[in-house]
Design a protein around this ligand. Structure first.
Ligand code: FAD
Length: 503
């Protein structure tokens, strides 16, 4: 008999799940799915708009995620299955440069810095980013002993620590304030005093164990990368390799094509699930408006706060655990100017503004330099990022106020002409959009998985658990399918090994 999987949430995780259910069906299993998304747009935090300014100039604008990292294979694998691998577009490495705000200056990230650890002496010595005492303090990492030696079998999870405690302990306060906070904390829009290292960057803790020092660990990593580059030089004519990648017409291309492969007839937008019930051996969801949908299994791929509401009544302890994953809000503000109003060098990707600078703007991406064909030749497309745990109050401003805040900051930081008005600007708000992996996060996720593991036909998926990156979210959706199909008597596993590296 045909089994039906209900999937709530049309982001990367929900669509990743639905696409896998379809593959199982195409492989001959008697299973189908329905995906319910409350918004009118599919894709969740992947939201691309192709817009025009008053003069007809076209912009490819990513309002949410704008990149995926090359190192995680899930997106390449999915793109190949969907036939859109050719659209994967590397960042324009020739413009790769990060600038850090210090007072009224923009200081280039010194060469050799890996994450926040220096691996080259001269650039560290000459950068004005840090004070001299801070530079010596960072170098001390080489000599400082490990905090503890892990016992046999222990992992980073057994020695969780906040980003603040870890970086200050190894490299000093200024290293945290000037770089680790905006760069490492910024990726997760997280407060360094709360952010779990074991859940976000366990490799830092592992490096300390293995090498006794982060600098030594990152030096070893740099050497390994250089060897790999020599061993696998790019093939002539092959796309250049870049750490950051996107899709040619924006990130939403990925979720749109996944939705096409799932079959749009299986997807309902504007379908807000209000309640979930475990009825007999199956699952029942009720939409706002009262419509009821029944299924054999249920995957909840919503934000942590939304999953909390849906799980209340199904398993209250599970709902409490979900509620213990805080979510912070943010907004991105894409904004375009005429090139003649922007008298600055455009060979860079982004600006980071540390919290100690007390600016309303946390980061800026120069989209028209980072990616090809995002704006007309004579336009400059930027994207401001506002919010994060320390700046939630700023999001109370209206769209017009946020745009003006970003405009003013860009005038101040980049020297955009003070009276220059944007030729295009918009605001994308992500309310409760970024889960915070706080200290002990992995222990809570273990407990969540233990609880869902014993509830037949139910699984949770998404960025709230084991990685906020898009590849992690897709994989979490796929793992959820394996779990719920197993629960309803269908064994479906795929070979997800990435193809051998050829360059
Ligand atoms: C501004 C921003 C920039 C980012 N940049 C990057 C980046 O460059 N690279 C990267 O890898 N990651 C990035 N991330 C993180 C990444 O985009 C997310 O972690 C990921 O897309 C989350 O996918 P998801 O499917 O778990 O959840 P979501 O995309 O949040 O999808 C959940 C969906 O569930 C729906 N939903 C919620 N409740 C209900 C309900 N009751 N009924 C029906 N539907 C419901 C929501 O409307 C939503 O569409 C960024 C995140 C943000 C906010």
């Amino acid at each position: 008999m045909l089994k039906k999987v209900i999937i709530i949430g049309g982001g990367a995780a929900g669509l990743g799940a639905a696409y896998k259910v379809r593959r199982a069906a195409e492989a001959g299993h008697d299973v189908d799915c329905i995906l319910l998304e409350k918004d009118d747009r599919l894709g969740g935090k992947l939201a691309t708009d192709i817009v025009r300014d008053a003069e007809g100039g076209e912009y490819v604008v990513d309002g949410g995620s704008d990149a995926f990292v090359a190192g995680k294979p899930a997106i390449g694998r999915i793109a190949r299955m969907l036939g859109i691998a050719e659209d994967m577009t590397p960042a324009r490495e020739e413009n790769k440069k990060t600038l850090i705000v210090k007072g009224k200056r923009l200081i280039e990230l010194p060469d050799g810095i890996m994450m926040f650890a220096p691996t080259k002496l001269v650039p560290l010595a000459t950068t004005p980013l840090y004070s001299w005492p801070a530079k010596f303090r960072m170098a001390l990492d080489w000599f400082l002993p490990r905090k503890v030696r892990w016992a046999e079998g222990e992992t980073a999870q057994d020695h969780d620590e906040t980003l603040e405690s870890f970086v200050v302990r190894r490299m000093g306060r200024e290293s945290l304030d000037r770089l680790a906070e905006p760069l490492v904390g910024g990726v997760h829009a997280s407060d360094p005093a709360q952010m779990s290292i074991a859940a976000t960057f366990p490799n830092f803790l592992e490096m300390e164990q293995q090498f006794g020092s982060l600098i030594r660990g990152f030096l070893a990593e740099r050497k390994k990368r250089e060897e790999m580059r020599k061993k696998y030089p790019p093939k002539p004519g092959a796309k250049p390799w870049a750490f950051f990648n996107t899709f040619y017409r924006g990130m939403q291309e990925l979720t749109d094509r996944m939705a096409d492969a799932v079959g749009r007839e299986r997807i309902r937008t504007g379908a807000h699930v209000e309640t979930v019930e475990h009825v007999g051996e199956g699952w029942r969801v009720t939409l706002a408006g009262g419509e009821v949908i029944d299924g054999d299994a249920l995957i909840v791929a919503t934000e942590a706060w939304a999953s909390t509401l849906l799980m209340r009544g199904v398993d209250d302890e599970l709902a409490d655990l979900l509620a213990s994953i805080p979510c912070s809000s943010s907004a991105t503000v894409p904004i375009a100017f005429r090139a003649e109003d922007c008298p600055f060098d455009t060979k860079w990707f982004g600006i980071l503004s540390p919290l100690v600078e007390k600016r309303p703007l946390l980061a800026v991406t120069l989209s028209s330099s980072k990616w090809p064909d995002r704006a007309p030749e004579d336009r400059v497309l930027l994207r401001g990022f506002i919010g994060g745990p320390a700046n939630q109050h700023l999001l109370e401003a209206t769209d017009e106020e946020l745009i003006e805040t970003v405009r003013q900051q860009l005038v101040e930081l980049l020297g955009i002409k003070p009276d220059a008005q944007p030729v295009y600007a918009s605001v994308y708000r992500w309310i409760g959009g970024m889960p915070q992996y706080t200290l002990g996060h992995l222990d809570r996720v273990d407990e969540i998985e233990r609880r869902t593991g014993v509830i037949t036909g139910l699984e949770l998926a998404g960025g709230a658990f084991r990685g906020v990156g898009i590849p992690n979210c897709i994989e979490s959706g796929e793992r959820a399918v394996t779990k719920v199909l197993g629960d309803i008597g269908i064994t479906y596993e795929e070979d997800t090994t990435p193809p051998a590296r050829t360059h």
